[in-house]
Each structure stands twice: as C-alpha cells, then as structure tokens.
Write a protein that binds this ligand. Structure first.
Ligand SMILES: Cc1ncc(COP(=O)(O)O)c(C=O)c1O
Length: 463
C-alpha cells in the first residue's frame, strides 16, 4: 500500500488508555516520539489497535492462508531472524529452498531431460514479474540474433489477469494486448489469443484460477494453437501459466489434467505458496521449464555474503520462515495430505454453492466449480446489490468482497467466496443463514421505501 503524507500536529496523536495506568501522555501518531515506552505498554497498545481489523478466520475474501499448524508456527518463530539471501551463512536454508523447487518442478512435470530452474519469491507477483522478464529478455536476444527490431514487445493476456500483469507491462515497457471479457465469458479463448499474437509477442499469459471468478483459461487449446502457429510461421511463443491459486490445487484434484510443463509451450509457472500452498504470507515460487528459458544476463552473482551466490529476485533480503514452512507442509502433508485438504475445500465450496443457489435472486456465475472458489451474482431484477450484501455480511464479521468484472463484462457484479481449509460445513450453514436473513431484510427495506435511493451506499440500489 502506498501511504500519503499526514498532518503531524498535536491533535493527531494516539490518546492514552487504561486510565493513564501505563502512559500518561498521548503518543504522536505520525511523528516518531522522542522517548520510548515500556515494551509491555507498546505491545498492549498495538495489540488493542489491531482488534479493529477483520477476523482472519472469517476472511473469505483472501486467497491467502489464515491458519497453520502450531508446529509450523513454531518453526516460523524459530526462523524469523534468518535472511533467505544469506545462503552462505544459512546453507541448510538454501538446501531446503532447492528441495522445494525440485518438488514443485516435478509436481508440474518439468521434463527430467531438461534442467529446470526456479526461485522462491515473496509471492506470485514477484514470480510473475521475474518469469515475464525472462521471456522479454529471451525474445529480445532472439530478435537481435535475427537482426530484427526489439522496439515493440507485446504480451497477450485476458482481462481476467491479476493487476500484477498490468504492472509488469507498465513497469517494464511491454505493450499489453488484452482480450476483453464478455457478458457471459470471463476467461480467454485460443481464437482470441491467435488474433493478437505476432512475432513481437514475448509470451501469452494463461491463468489457472482467475482472481475474478476462479475459472481456468483454456490452456490446452492455447498450447495447441501456439504449436500450429509455430509450424506455420516459426514464432515460438511461450506460455507463462499464472498458477497463483490453481498451482497447488490442480495437481492434487485433477492429476490427469494437463496444464503444466506437459504442454510444450508452457515455459514458466508461478504459484503462491501462501495461497493453496497453505503457508502464511509471503512466499511464492517461480519455476522455469529449462535453464535456457532464463537468460544468463538476468542472473546476478554476488560474493559479499561469503561465497559466490547466484540470485534472480527483485528484492535482496527477505525472511526465510515462510519458505521453510512451505517445506514443512510439503513433507508433513505429502501428496495425499494436500489432496485431502483440496478435496475437502472443494466439497465445502460445492456444499455452500448448493445452499446459496436456494437464496432468492442469487445465482452462481458458473455451475462448473473446479476450484474451491465461488463467484456469485445477484439477478438483475433483485431488490438488492452484491455491494449491499457484502456490507451486511461485514456487519456480522464475514468478509466477502463485492466488485464488478472488468471490461466488457463490467455490468456483471460479483460476490466472491474463497473456501479455505478452515471453512467448515457449519460455517457454510451459518453464512447461508446470514445471507438469507440479509436478503430478506434488504427486500423488506425495499418495500418500505419504494423508489428511494439508499443513501448509505455508493452503489446503485435497485428498489
Ligand atoms: C491469479 C493471480 N495471480 C497473481 C496474484 C498475485 O499473487 P500474490 O498476492 O501472491 O503476489 C493473485 C493474487 O490473488 C492471483 O489471484
């Protein structure tokens, strides 16, 4: 989050609490105080202030893990003070990272005949940036070899991509060719991709579990199309798969489904360890199919930490705790354990879907629920909007975001529920009961004041 300048006057202070029991003067809110305070006091003050945050257990908005086993938490505390980049000082931590990358590359069927390569990142955003940078560099090197212009790189993506793809395009000067959504289609198609690619396309972005609706882009069709284009025109265009969510679900729920390195044009995959990898924020992973997909001049070798180390990250220092507990999860759960977690989450999502369907005027965006993510919408004729339902649920503590889809589907308004491991049948029942009650209440309000705008909402109220 970008933070702005704030006034730092006397009125902007954190006032004293506990009847001056611990501290007697207000503490400036936006200026560093001259004197420090007792550790217990500061702890209590910050602890209390954070109570106003939402309850992570009821946060159905986030894809990010909100519960881990106590043993994992113990490891986190034990490794909080280890910088992941200090591989010379913490060689074992480095070895663990290597093991995880190998496990993931094999999970994603990286060909054993190749030398796959990967790195731990802060999350999928960094992993996507690094993957796309590698494709930009490879494209440029190839163009130079052919004596062709390197002025106008582009990438083809759907409007269903996460904002990080757009950030990459802007920060790293790549033209974005965006396939808009349609009123009834929220993913991309191979045909639409084909219309936009050319010899300057550094890569095609494909999402496994879109942020907006949790759907899967048709990666196999796109791969087949790119194979044909390569035969016809000689353009070897890579696919980067954004598996931020799906990367830890698909291998366990649908092992036969080919979305990964089994497809010839998939050259790089990112996944968020802190989403369905079941780790607290922030850890992500980038896996490249072969080391030839990562141009050597993007790798930096530094020796100021002891021995020479190769790095391919945007940040230098970062904590190692989350990377370590990724390893904990992989060996603690194994494939069988991950499968059970994903099956249970999917079952709970489907159970919730079956109940939600019965609420008047609420429907699912898609009946085909492949990942434990539900996108709901409210029928046009309904007396309330998704935004009002989201606000009402928030009053009860549930955090369920409401938003409108990107162009050209912006008239579709969505409520998204991300089902995680800690979401039970019981919670589904409670959520549905609350939604039913609120739907009724909102309808009643509508009856009382026909034709009136609800002034407390920014969003249009239909009654
Ligand atoms: C499809 C997709 N890609 C990328 C991201 C960014 O991931 P991260 O938050 O791990 O940086 C998200 C986050 O929700 C996502 O859903």
């Amino acid at each position: 989050m970008l933070s702005k300048k704030k006034k730092a006057n006397e009125n902007e202070a954190v006032s004293t609490t506990y009847a001056n029991r611990f501290f007697t003067k207000p503490i400036p809110r936006f200026r560093m105080p001259n004197d420090g305070l007792d550790a217990d006091v500061v702890y209590q003050m910050i602890h209390d202030e954070l109570n106003i945050d939402g309850n992570p257990a009821l946060n159905l908005a986030t894809f990010v893990t909100t519960w881990m086993e106590p043993q994992a938490e113990k490891l986190i505390v034990e490794t909080l003070n280890k910088n992941l980049v200090d591989q010379d000082e913490y060689p074992q931590t480095g070895k663990i990272q290597e093991r995880v990358i190998n496990m993931l590359a094999r999970l994603y069927h990286a060909p054993e005949s190749k030398e796959y390569i990967g790195t731990a990142t802060i999350g999928s955003s960094e992993a996507i940036m690094l993957g796309l940078l590698a494709h930009k560099w490879t494209w440029r090197a190839n163009r130079k070899k052919q004596g062709k212009s390197t002025q106008n790189p582009n990438m083809v993506i759907g409007a269903d991509v996460h904002v990080v793809w757009e950030k990459f395009a802007r920060y790293f000067d790549v033209e974005m060719r965006i396939i808009p959504m349609q009123k009834n289609r929220f993913t991309i198609t191979a045909d639409e991709v084909k219309q936009r690619i050319d010899e300057n396309t550094i890569c095609v972005g494909v999402v496994m579990g879109t942020t907006f609706t949790g759907q899967l882009d048709p990666v196999q069709d796109i791969n087949t199309m790119l194979e044909e284009v390569e035969k016809e025109k000689g353009w070897n265009i890579p696919i980067h798969v954004d598996g931020a969510s799906g990367g830890f679900i698909l291998p366990f729920l649908y092992p036969a489904f080919k979305w990964d390195f089994r497809l010839s044009h998939v050259r790089s995959i990112n996944v968020s360890g802190h989403k369905y990898g079941l780790v607290y924020p922030g850890v992500g992973w980038l896996i490249m199919r072969d080391k030839s997909d990562l141009p050597e001049d993007l790798i930096f070798y530094v020796n100021y930490l002891g021995s020479e180390e190769a790095t391919y990250t945007l940040n230098f220092s970062r904590g190692s705790a989350m990377m370590i507990v990724q390893y904990y999860n992989l060996i603690r759960l194994g494939k069988k354990g991950y499968r059970l977690v994903m099956q249970q989450s999917l079952e709970n999502a489907r159970y919730l879907a079956s109940k939600v369907r019965r609420i008047r005027n609420i429907r699912l965006i898609t009946e085909d629920i492949k990942l434990p993510i539900l996108a709901l919408t409210v029928k046009k004729k309904s007396e309330f909007t998704v935004f009002q339902m989201s606000d009402k649920l928030r009053e009860r503590g549930w955090i369920v975001p409401a938003y409108s889809l990107p162009a050209d589907a912006s008239e579709v308004e969505v409520l998204r529920v991300v089902i995680k491991e800690n979401f039970s049948h019981d919670m589904a029942d409670m959520l549905v009961t609350d939604m039913q009650r609120f739907a009724k209440e909102l309808r009643e309000q509508c009856k009382i004041k026909p034709g009136q705008q609800n002034k407390s909402q920014n969003h249009k109220h239909i009654c």
